[in-house]
Design a protein around this ligand. Structure first.
Ligand code: BTN
Length: 326
């Protein structure tokens, strides 16, 4: 487990240089033995440390930490339109924003965490992420319309992420219905949208995004499907998560404003262009265990998947179904 002190030590080590146990102990006000103990624990969160006897500690493959100032600087003037908070560790950024929503306004609030201890995926799954090697954040956004209007929101968010990753230099990342991000058919990120409010509105959407930035092999083992990370596409660019988050937030902002005016219809064509399984043969696994096969026609204006089954069109809403290549 990583304690706040663990994060304080890792921040110092994030420059990749050797730091003596004495210096680390003095900087954090604990004993050298405690420094050693805390750093050992940090390895369980995904960091690899080199210990040089008699000299000190060095982070192997150092990565710049998430940093609010850096995110705000990269966002420029747009930063004033969002409330941005960086946390070392929370159970889940989405859970935390939903909790806060009960007592405060979380509209336009961004919560990004270096580490989630209980990250959640779609359909009740866990979301595996590692400190320093993932980008996990949630954004609260209030819509005047009700929950029905938001059916295609997670797909529109996928478009925003696709645009942002293109702009950040990670080409060829595609979408997979309903809201996975994939690279060469391996999952690289996911979107989880949770909505609270009345059916007729207004509604609060908590938009959770998780991206694999540099996933160590051990973390991949925990995930029950083929996964990849941004470092596999471009190792150098993947290091700067602060810049990447700023690019994503700017694209998200524009997409959410447009969505509030025009709904998902405004994004259908682009979503289909970005879909890894567009016009491909697929199987849809239904909650009762049955399977529907067909060719992907596309998505409709509510974000439902449309299949062609021997000349017959069938429609699936995301809920409990899951999609496989045919
Ligand atoms: C999925 O593909 O199943 C969706 C994954 C969404 C993960 C993100 S990480 C930030 C936010 N907080 C969570 O607990 N989940 C979302």
């Amino acid at each position: 487990m990583l304690s706040p002190l663990g994060f304080a030590l890792l921040r110092r080590l994030s420059d990749g240089k050797l730091h003596s146990g004495e210096a680390l102990a003095a900087a954090t006000g604990v004993t050298r033995a405690r420094v050693s103990q805390i750093l050992r624990a940090s390895e369980s969160a995904g960091f690899t440390l080199e210990r040089v006897r008699g000299v000190g500690y060095r982070l192997v493959d150092p990565v710049p930490f998430l940093d609010r100032e850096a995110i705000v600087a990269a966002l420029g003037a747009m930063a004033s339109r969002l409330k941005i908070e960086v946390a070392d560790s929370v159970d889940s950024t989405s859970t935390e924003l939903l909790r806060r929503a009960a007592r405060q306004d979380v509209d336009h609030q961004v919560l990004v965490a270096e580490w989630q201890t209980g990250g959640r995926g779609r359909r009740g799954r866990n979301w595996t992420a590692v400190a320093g090697g993932s980008l996990t954040f949630s954004l609260g956004w209030r819509f005047e319309q009700g929950a029905g209007f938001l059916a295609g929101l997670s797909l529109a968010v996928g478009v925003a992420l696709g645009r942002a990753l293109d702009a950040a230099g990670f080409e060829d990342i595609q979408l997979k219905w309903p809201n996975d991000l994939v690279y060469r058919h391996c999952k690289i990120g996911g979107i989880l949208i949770e909505i609270s409010g009345d059916a007729l509105g207004p509604a609060l959407a908590v938009i959770g995004v998780g991206l694999n930035v540099r996933l160590p092999a051990r973390a991949r083992h925990d995930i029950a499907q083929p996964v990849t990370d941004l470092a596999a596409i471009d190792r150098e660019r993947a290091l700067d998560r602060n810049r990447l988050l700023a690019i994503i937030l700017a694209e998200l902002y524009a997409v959410l404003e447009r969505y509030a005016r025009d709904g998902f219809a405004a994004f259908v064509a682009e979503w289909q262009r970005r879909h890894s399984l567009q016009k491909k043969p697929v199987r849809v696994l239904l909650p009762d265990g049955s399977v529907a096969a067909g060719e992907v026609v596309g998505v409709d204006a509510s974000g439902a998947l449309v299949l062609d089954q021997r000349g017959r069109r069938i429609r699936f809403v995301s809920g409990e179904v899951s999609l496989r290549r045919g």
